[in-house]
Design a protein around this ligand. Structure first.
Ligand SMILES: Nc1ncnc2c1ncn2[C@@H]1O[C@H](COP(=O)(O)OP(=O)(O)OP(=O)(O)O)[C@@H](O)[C@H]1O
Ligand SMILES: [Mg+2]
Ligand SMILES: [Zn+2]
Length: 177
């Protein structure tokens, strides 16, 4: 179950140990109380993912990766094919997190197969045009919402276009298209 708190900047339940306090720049604030059916939490490479049908919370082990992912999602806000950022903040224990709109299931596109990336490459091209390279493209980081919309996630390894020297891993697929 979760609450939408449109008027509050912050909400804390003092008697719950280590509660989630979500702080948002935007219009909506969410307080996660407990997970209901079809929601899950699991450890990922970079932290912990909590998945609901509407939004996904990604908690990070590493502050630098969090800041990078947040910076990229903020700069690319509104761009087609980029996960929509709903908010960010820190848990009471200090752990940083972001909240993004649920963008569907991983496509698991085959990284060895350039033709698989035919529909993803234009999105990557637009991200490049906005000055960022992703540098961790694989089928787990490209999601499909089941209605034909593809979304790129996981920008923790992104670099500014100007800082990409040598062979660019993103261009592996774009070159063939
Ligand atoms: N906005 C989202 N919508 C739907 N699912 C998401 C979203 N963000 C993350 N996920 C799910 O969580 C998984 C891991 O997210 P992400 O790639 O951002 O973290 P990671 O630490 O790199 O994880 P991994 O260990 O899987 O590489 C994704 O493959 C996807 O299944
Ligand atoms: Mg990933
Ligand atoms: Zn690059």
């Amino acid at each position: 179950m979760f609450l939408i708190l449109p008027c509050l900047i912050e909400f804390t339940i003092p008697y719950v140990p280590d509660p989630y306090v979500f702080r948002f720049d935007g219009r909506f604030r969410f307080l996660s109380l407990s997970l209901v059916k079809d929601c899950w939490t699991r450890k990922s490479r970079q932290g912990v993912i909590t998945h609901t049908s509407y939004f996904v919370v990604k908690e990070f082990n590493d502050d630098i990766i969090w800041k990078k992912e947040l910076q990229v999602l903020e700069e690319l806000r509104g761009l087609r094919g980029v996960a929509r950022l709903l908010g960010s903040g820190r848990r009471m224990n200090g752990g940083p997190f972001i909240v993004t709109e649920n963008a569907g299931e991983p496509t698991n596109k085959d990284v060895e197969e350039p033709s698989d990336w035919y529909d993803v490459a234009p999105l990557i091209g637009e991200i490049h045009a906005r000055g960022w390279h992703h540098h961790d493209l694989h089928g787990g980081n490209v999601l499909n919402n089941g209605k034909g919309n593809l979304t790129v996630i996981d920008f923790g390894n992104a670099v500014r276009a100007a800082d990409c020297v040598g062979d660019c891993p993103d261009n592996l697929w774009m070159d063939d298209i």
